[in-house]
Design a protein around this ligand. Structure first.
Ligand code: NAD
Length: 357
């Protein structure tokens, strides 16, 4: 039997979950607020045609918890939240739909701040912004930070360099064979950095159009088939498409010493695959650490957007990645666990500051 909503919240440590419905616009939303110790919860709004409401709830709970860790480890004064809107994005999205949703977000008085995510874009944020100020990721012409993908890709790039330093003693990616899985927004911006530094970039995607678009921009990349990608001798695997691609089968097949990519929830089961990577000697940069460029970018928008400040703040992912490697080594634990501990330590330390002026 499926645990109750409150039991599920209790298991993952959630503060609040809000269910919103509006038959007129077809809105069915779940806003999950995981933890506000460090500040208001911030996380994107995802529109997805879930198989069931139960699946949507699980997604909202897992994703919002992930945002708590991502902001905590990135040194941001933000908590973790996420919203999922249930249904077919192509049929649902309209001005009225977004404004109704914006009213619900507004009713939380800033405890949850929203942003873009899967199937949402800057212009949707513009509609939400007509009803609430608690929205980020607005277009640049409105003073917003716009598309977060370039900053996410930059964070992945510097995190990958830190992993190269750990693996080979210096952080140059020149001549390294890097497999980018997913030629989407982040994947393409990542390729730009890699090609510029002289890496040999292999790319795979299930969407031929995306591959051709990437090849048009970066002729030096090599498109490879989506099958048997781990049979190839590569130096770095950069998952930039889906989650759970680091699993028992893929780890058994992998020959690369480094995994560093943008996808969320890369480890199919962190308790199984974190230790398995250590055993195989594969250096893994924790996903919520390396892909935090987008949320860091958005946090800068809250203080008045400045692109230089955003890039300089994202660049800190390099040192943070090296810190995690050190912590993992000292405590003899896998890197995902080390990153979680570092985030939890900050949550505890800052949570204890409530005493005093
Ligand atoms: P995107 O949708 O633009 O790109 C994803 C690409 O992956 C698409 O081209 C898609 O065709 C491809 N793809 C899907 N299934 C695949 C498969 N089985 N094999 C190979 N390719 C496949 O998404 P994005 O914004 O580039 O994000 C990429 C990943 O990074 C996602 O997992 C996302 O959750 C994560 N992420 C993105 C950001 C951001 O700022 N955009 C921030 C943090 C994390």
């Amino acid at each position: 039997m499926q645990p109750s909503v409150l039991d599920q919240m209790n298991q993952l440590g959630h503060e609040q979950v809000v269910f919103c419905q509006d038959p007129q616009t077809g809105l069915n939303a779940i806003i999950a607020i995981h933890n506000t110790t460090l500040g208001p919860s911030l996380g994107g709004t995802r529109v997805w045609n879930y198989n069931s409401h139960a699946d949507a709830l699980v997604d909202a709970l897992r994703l919002s918890r992930g945002m708590t860790y991502k902001s905590a480890i990135s040194g941001l004064n933000l908590g973790g939240g996420k919203a999922v809107l249930i249904g077919d994005a192509s049929k649902l999205k309209s001005e009225a739909f977004w404004r109704r949703y914006g009213k619900f977000v507004n009713s939380l008085n800033g405890k949850y701040i929203t942003a873009e995510d899967v199937n949402t874009c800057a212009s949707d944020m513009e509609y939400i912004g007509m009803e609430t100020k608690f929205v980020t990721g607005k277009p640049e012409y409105m003073g917003g930070s716009g598309d977060p993908s370039p900053l996410t890709a930059y964070g992945v790039y510097v995190g990958m360099k830190a992993a190269a330093k750990k693996a080979w003693g210096n952080d140059s990616l020149s001549g390294k064979k890097v497999l980018v899985q997913g030629a989407g927004n982040v994947g393409q911006y990542l390729m730009a950095h890699l090609v510029e530094e002289g890496a040999h970039v292999y790319v795979c995607d299930i969407n031929e159009g995306k591959l051709q678009q990437a090849k048009g921009k970066y002729p030096a990349i090599e498109i490879i088939s989506n099958d048997d990608i781990f049979d190839r001798e590569i130096d770095i695997y950069a998952p930039c498409a889906l989650g759970a691609t680091v699993n028992t089968d893929s780890i058994n097949a992998m020959k690369c010493p480094v995994i560093a990519g943008a996808a969320n929830n890369q480890l199919a089961d962190e308790n199984v695959h974190g230790p398995m990577l250590v055993e195989k000697g594969i250096i893994y940069v924790p996903d919520f650490l390396i892909n935090a460029g987008g949320i860091i970018n958005i946090s800068i928008e809250l203080d008045g957007y400045n692109k230089d400040r955003a890039y300089n703040t994202v660049a800190k992912i390099y040192d943070r990645t090296l810190d995690i490697f050190k912590l993992a080594e000292n405590e003899n634990i896998h890197t995902q666990l080390a990153a979680m501990r570092m985030a939890e330590n900050r949550l505890r330390a800052i949570g204890n500051l409530s005493i005093g002026i």
